[in-house]
Write a protein that binds this ligand. Structure first.
Ligand code: HEC
Ligand code: HEC
Ligand code: HEC
Ligand code: HEC
Ligand code: HEC
Ligand code: HEC
Ligand code: HEC
Length: 351
């Protein structure tokens, strides 16, 4: 997994924000930045005050190459109401660092390592160094069922600790969790209210915000049937997008296809009704639409794997993959087209 946190002095090339053109949002200098934070979608800037870090109030939108305000408003993240309005009174220790480091110690406010290091997923490694056998380290692949994905869910979910505040402090990450533990003992997921669009959820239960791959995935039949996050991703790094084990449709076709129980029946073109080499024949285009907002109009992919029908868009405003790609068309057009597709049931996709 890529490195999110970098020291700008050691890595000057990693600073993406434009500090040379004056901008009213940018009230700080590059020299004041202790850490840069983020390399893919957005970049935020940390400063050190006493023994804590704080996030400066402007962030860089990497795709749009522009500055945007950084501020968590009341009524958005659950913790906002428990902190003073002043950005410089919202330390990253309780609000961020538990997920962006290894072993953040809430008493000493120190970490063993910034970023997602081995021990965050494999547990403490000192015994393993002394005695390198399987029983001295956690291998997530050998954990029972959901305990394996809990290793990922400790960071890839929007949720709240069960105990809060802890010693008077509101943490936004599962303090005390260790790989192998039952995450739900200390952490609960943000609730979805059916039919309501909230900061975290679309009305149908799909994630509306980034860092919700876990909230989404626990709803999928794949999760129920024992396909784990590492069934598709190899977090030790691959040459493909998002550390996938195989690129494009190949990762899906490992388990799906007409001869497989998981389906879909028929050839690719029969299922998708687009030419095999079309953008409209990529599994993720229809089953993992980009609807979970990370910054401005940049979104990460849904992980419920549900096909969101155009009728759902008309009923409750959840974006559907057809008109997200066919931008000049209406949901009604897409519903009408779907009615002519042989493999589709109108009972399920409506119209
Ligand atoms: C984000 C979580 C995560 C991080 C970080 C991580 N691993 Fe893993 N590791 C896993 C998972 C999940 C598996 C099991 C599935 C697989 O092999 O991909 C695994 C499997 C392994 C295995 C294979 C064990 C076996 O018996 O086949 C080794 C070795 C390993 N990791 C070493 C490391 C080392 C060394 C690091 C640090 C450089 C590291 N891992 C960082 C999650 C992680
Ligand atoms: C300590 C917190 C943490 C844990 C544990 C963790 N992740 Fe992540 N993951 C992150 C962060 C932070 C990023 C963003 C990295 C970036 O922006 O470069 C990320 C990014 C990713 C990405 C996208 C990589 C890319 O290049 O687009 C995948 C896929 C992913 N994680 C899967 C997993 C899986 C699978 C597990 C469990 C085996 C896991 N993560 C465990 C924090 C974590
Ligand atoms: C519960 C764990 C968790 C907490 C708390 C958390 N993050 Fe993250 N963060 C993640 C994960 C996982 C990702 C990558 C997945 C995603 O964004 O969908 C991520 C992504 C990011 C990115 C985007 C990285 C990139 O390369 O574009 C930035 C920037 C970031 N976090 C900053 C913060 C800041 C600042 C805070 C505190 C205000 C914070 N995070 C709190 C887990 C967490
Ligand atoms: C490791 C095997 C495996 C891989 C890889 C895999 N699937 Fe699945 N998939 C399954 C299984 C098993 C089911 C459940 C089938 C059942 O219940 O009959 C399933 C179910 C589904 C469903 C039904 C809806 C739901 O609730 O999950 C969709 C859609 C789906 N997969 C899409 C995909 C896509 C898209 C990919 C590639 C990104 C993919 N799958 C990769 C095994 C896999
Ligand atoms: C153009 C859009 C589109 C593409 C691309 C697409 N699908 Fe689908 N898929 C659908 C629709 C629509 C349904 C729902 C059919 C129904 O419910 O009658 C569906 C249903 C499914 C189901 C059954 C869902 C369930 O809830 O049990 C599976 C499994 C599936 N697709 C897998 C795949 C795989 C694997 C790929 C890539 C090879 C893929 N799909 C590509 C539109 C698409
Ligand atoms: C069935 C396969 C499959 C499973 C299981 C799966 N993912 Fe993914 N994931 C994908 C695909 C495909 C992409 C998109 C790659 C692309 O954009 O080309 C993706 C993208 C991501 C990203 C990058 C964000 C984005 O949208 O670009 C993160 C982070 C991630 N997955 C985390 C997870 C975590 C955590 C789990 C388990 C809770 C998980 N994934 C389970 C297939 C899967
Ligand atoms: C990622 C982009 C993408 C997605 C998602 C997508 N399509 Fe398409 N679609 C295309 C492209 C590109 C073409 C042009 C012909 C081709 O490549 O097959 C097309 C062609 C079509 C056509 C025939 C030409 C026309 O415009 O009348 C219809 C009908 C259609 N799509 C319906 C749908 C429906 C319904 C869905 C949702 C289930 C959907 N498409 C999802 C990209 C997409």
């Amino acid at each position: 997994m890529a490195r999110v946190i970098l020291d700008p002095v050691a890595h000057p090339d990693a600073v993406l924000g434009d500090f040379s053109t004056p901008n009213p949002l940018v009230t700080f200098r590059k020299e004041d930045v202790a850490f840069i934070y983020g390399t893919k979608w957005k970049q935020r800037y940390f400063t050190r005050r006493g023994d804590d870090y704080f996030v400066f109030p402007a962030q860089w939108d990497i795709e749009a190459k522009t500055w945007r305000r950084y501020y968590v408003e009341p009524g958005t993240d659950w913790w906002a109401e428990h902190y003073p309005a002043d950005q410089m009174q919202r330390p990253t220790g309780p609000l961020c660092d538990g997920c962006h480091s290894v072993n953040y110690d809430i008493k000493t406010k120190k970490v063993t390592e910034w970023n997602v290091g081995c021990e965050k997923c494999h547990g403490a490694g000192s015994l393993h160094v002394q005695n390198p056998i399987a029983s001295t380290i956690v291998n997530p692949a050998k954990l029972q069922g959901e305990r394996a994905d809990d290793v990922c869910l400790q960071c890839h979910t929007q949720g709240q600790p069960r105990t809060k505040p802890l010693d008077g402090v509101y943490y936004d990450w599962p303090v005390g969790y260790q790989p192998g533990d039952r995450l739900s003992d200390v952490w609960m997921l943000e609730e979805h209210q059916l039919g309501k669009e909230t900061f975290t959820h679309w009305p149908d239960g799909n994630a509306h915000k980034n860092r919700m791959q876990g909230n989404d995935y626990v709803q999928s039949q794949m999760s129920v049937k024992g396909v784990r996050c590492y069934g598709c991703h190899d977090v030790h790094g691959t040459k493909y997008e998002a550390d996938l084990r195989l690129p494009g449709n190949a990762i899906c076709m490992e388990c799906h296809g007409p001869q497989r129980q998981a389906g879909p029946p028929g050839t690719l073109e029969q299922h998708t009704q687009h030419k095999a080499d079309s953008e409209g024949s990529k599994c993720i285009a229809c089953h993992m639409p980009q609807i979970a907002r990370t910054i401005a109009n940049v979104n990460v992919r849904s992980h419920t794997f549900k096909f969101i029908s155009p009728t759902t868009t008309e009923q409750s405003g959840v974006p559907n993959p057809c008109t997200a790609c066919h931008k000049d068309r209406t949901p009604q057009w897409a519903s009408d087209a779907l009615k002519k597709w042989p493999g589709v049931s109108t009972w399920r996709v409506g119209g």
